[in-house]
Design a protein around this ligand. Structure first.
Ligand code: HEC
Length: 358
């Protein structure tokens, strides 16, 4: 049976009709982990002439954690940097590996000349890394920006602009952003602010407001965050994995959401506020207009009550502590009692209903 699947799929992946090729790639996903030969077939289509096939290929390869798949995704990304859908497909597939991917892309000599869309691609990846808000990774990103070789200054500017796009100024020119906490003053930022190029200096000055470190002049006092207990940490780790395969499909691995699909979770009051509302959103879904960080969304989130109490506690502990969040963890016991309290409910919640719950 497996043998038959493989032969049929292999043929379909090279079918003259793009629709069949793309469908075959998608169907091949569950088999890819055990069938090295199938990956070879897929990789032959990195230069496929049909955009829909390249798009599917990027999505399919994103499912794999394989260096060859990553190399192919880098190639697809470079070739199609100007194509918004393809760029998004590649970035979605990366799910937390954006920094490594960025390092990989920048290592590539063929990224030497400026090409349409490449700046946006680099910028979008840099934005993901800043959103992750992990000290060591933000430092590595700043180092990457500093260490661009001569003649590739456009890459430096693209990275810096990507970082800045994480916190766009509002209509009054004010930036609302919770600075990323670094362990110490980043040498890379100091180097950038002393750079000869005016445009780099200006950007470095703005980026300075997006990061903080102990003892930074003018920074407020450090707020003590209660560390997770070993048990809570275990839930966080489990929640991270669950998040990527469930919530991440809509809210995106970087938590910033996606236009027309789902609002951001990063810095959302719904995530950081009372777990009473948060647990209800997951149990029964959400319907109609909802205000998230000053923007109204009118979409639908499905109920995800299929997850058990422990899984929901893990997922929510994760979203409340990832991306620089410092909200308290969620206990399976709280999920259990909210589930019991709302047992009779079938319809999704509206914003007005949730706001009544404290
Ligand atoms: C099928 C897509 C989808 C999935 C999967 C999904 N969400 Fe949502 N989520 C949405 C949409 C759409 C909204 C906004 C609904 C509206 O406009 O009323 C939303 C809203 C939210 C909100 C409130 C608004 C905000 O952005 O803070 C939270 C919190 C939330 N989701 C958490 C989660 C968590 C946690 C998971 C995983 C357990 C998850 N969602 C899975 C689509 C999804």
């Amino acid at each position: 049976m497996r043998q038959l699947d493989f032969t049929t799929l292999k043929k379909a992946i090279s079918d003259p009709r793009p629709k069949i090729r793309a469908a075959a790639m998608r169907i091949s996903e569950p088999l890819l982990k055990n069938q090295a030969g199938l990956l070879n077939e897929l990789l032959m289509h990195v230069n496929d002439a049909a955009p829909e096939v390249q798009l599917q290929l990027a999505l399919t390869l994103g499912e794999l954690q394989d260096p060859r798949a990553e190399e192919a995704m880098a190639q697809i990304a470079r070739q199609n940097a100007a194509d918004l859908y393809l760029r998004d497909a590649v970035i979605t597939g990366l799910g937390g590996r954006e920094l490594e991917f960025l390092e990989h892309l920048l290592d590539d000599k063929s990224l030497g000349h400026r090409k349409t869309g490449c700046e946006t691609l680099l910028g979008a990846l840099a934005q993901c890394v800043l959103t992750e808000a992990k000290a060591d990774r933000v430092n590595r990103l700043l180092d990457l920006a500093v260490n661009r070789p001569a003649g590739k200054e456009w890459q430096r500017l693209a990275l810096l602009d990507g970082i800045l796009s994480t916190a766009p100024p509002d209509a009054k020119g004010k930036v609302k952003f919770k600075p990323v906490r670094l362990n110490a003053e980043p040498a890379a930022l100091a180097a950038l602010s002393q750079c000869e190029a005016k445009e780099v200096q200006e950007r470095a000055k703005k980026i300075d407001a997006l990061v903080t470190w102990p003892g930074k002049p003018g920074a407020g006092p450090e707020v003590a965050v209660k560390p997770l207990s070993p048990e809570e940490q275990k839930r966080f780790d489990q929640g991270k994995e669950l998040y990527l395969i469930s919530c991440g499909a809509c809210h995106q691995p970087h938590g910033m959401g996606q236009e027309g699909l789902a609002p951001p979770l990063v810095d959302s009051d719904w995530v950081l506020g009372t777990p009473q509302r948060l647990v209800r959103i997951v149990l029964h879904g959400l319907h109609g207009p909802i205000n998230v960080k000053g923007k109204t969304f009118q979409l639908d989130m499905p109920a995800l009550a299929v997850f058990d109490d422990d899984q929901i506690a893990s997922l929510l502990t994760y979203v409340r502590r990832e991306w620089g969040h410092t909200a308290g963890p969620v206990e399976p016991g709280s999920v259990k009692s909210i589930r019991a309290e709302t047992e009779k409910r079938e319809e999704a919640w509206s914003e007005a209903e949730l706001l009544k719950i404290q």
